[in-house]
Design a protein around this ligand. Structure first.
Ligand SMILES: *Cc1c(COP(=O)(O)O)cnc(C)c1O
Length: 359
């Protein structure tokens, strides 16, 4: 069989390592509701990332919703137009108003000047995204949030393993939310998590995750079911053993692409800040026509690169009123993420680079 090269194949342990972990669950009949595997996973993630709290939930989108609910945000939330649609979905489902900010065309992260320009009397929070695991301009965002009294929720969906000032990037902002979806660098098939430094907020998030019940089963908050099951937690526990290997692998593959394509003068790269996990391998073309042409040529060779993110969120009709975000619109039309999953080896990355160079 000819090898397929896919963007977004999951990083997976051996099947046995996963299924062995499920034996106890089958014996005890505990397959969800804050079971032992979930608690073990939360502890393990704290160890691996050197953080002191992690609340695992059903997916990354509901993590963002819980963060908005926990901080009691009701007004406008600023998000970058260059992101996955879930950033906007979460804000809308919390009945808050979305306002799009433009991005820095180099780092691809939300632009602090655009944040300032978009702040008005209704603005209550900023929800920046560490795009492709590249840490945002956290210092500027902190100073803006202080000056205008805004909450900061980091959409850290891509950022498992990303650091800032030598610490996990999850430790910044009022709350950070991660996704552990199948396509992310560390996965539990579906899943997500919240990290925050405030004790009251931590407790609140735990209650919100479980229908708003307190320890005596009184409903004291407007909760929801956001629990992660034992089955998903088991996959996480089995996969996390390989996380550091995957992190090295993704960085290596991305560096091969960058080295090989560095002297193509119509290809540009994201400016990488210190601490990025390089969990994706994005390349940026001169225009949309070349981008689409290369995607087609790659496809003919069984290489499936993804237009990610496309389109710019402000160009999705039926989502929120359009606002111009020229950098985001321009980048989203001409960016491709190349495959960098565990099944892509060094030779594959060289092969894929050659196809691009020849085209
Ligand atoms: C994947 C992703 C999400 C949502 O995570 P799910 O676990 O798929 O719900 C949110 N924001 C960004 C930027 C993402 O890439």
């Amino acid at each position: 069989m000819k090898k397929n090269f896919h963007f977004g194949y999951p990083s997976l342990c051996e099947l046995d390592e996963f299924s062995n972990l499920l034996k106890d669950s089958w014996d005890s009949n505990i397959i969800t509701n804050n079971g032992p595997l979930l608690q073990k996973l939360e502890k393990k993630i704290c160890e691996v990332l050197n953080i002191n709290n992690y609340c695992a939930v059903a997916n990354g989108t509901i993590a963002l919703q819980l963060a908005i609910e926990a901080l009691e945000i009701k007004g406008t939330i600023l998000i970058p137009a260059f992101s996955w649609i879930a950033s906007a979905n979460a804000v809308k489902w919390q009945k808050c108003k979305v306002k799009y900010c433009d991005i820095d065309p180099k780092t691809l992260n939300i632009c602090p000047n655009s944040i300032k320009k978009n702040i008005d009397a209704s603005t209550e929070a900023i929800m920046p995204v560490h795009i492709f695991g590249n840490p945002c301009d956290i210092k500027s965002i902190l100073s803006i949030s202080k000056r205008y009294n805004l909450k900061v929720i980091y959409d850290a969906a891509h950022s498992f393993g990303t650091t800032f000032n030598g610490k996990s990037v999850f430790l910044y902002g009022d709350i950070s939310c991660v996704s552990t979806h199948a396509t992310k660098i560390f996965n539990t098939a579906e899943g997500g998590g919240l990290i925050c430094n405030n004790e009251n907020l931590k407790e609140k998030i735990k209650l919100l995750r479980y229908f708003g019940f307190d320890d005596d089963k009184n409903v004291i908050l407007n909760g929801i079911n956001a629990k992660m099951s034992e089955i998903h937690a088991a996959l996480g526990l089995a996969n996390i053993k390989y996380f550091s290997k995957t992190l090295i692998h993704r960085k290596k593959i991305y560096s091969i692409y960058r080295n090989e394509l560095n002297n193509c003068n119509n290809i540009a790269f994201q400016e990488i800040n210190k601490g990025s996990n390089c969990s994706y391998s994005p390349i940026i073309f001169e225009d949309e026509k070349i981008c689409l042409k290369i995607q087609k040529v790659l496809m003919k060779n069984n290489v499936f690169a993804k237009r990610y993110f496309y389109p710019s969120l402000n160009n999705i009709k039926n989502l929120v009123a359009n606002e111009a975000c020229p950098n985001s619109e321009s980048i989203s039309k001409r960016i491709l993420c190349l495959p960098s999953s565990n099944n892509i080896n060094n030779e594959d990355a060289l092969f894929i680079s050659r196809i691009i160079k020849n085209a």
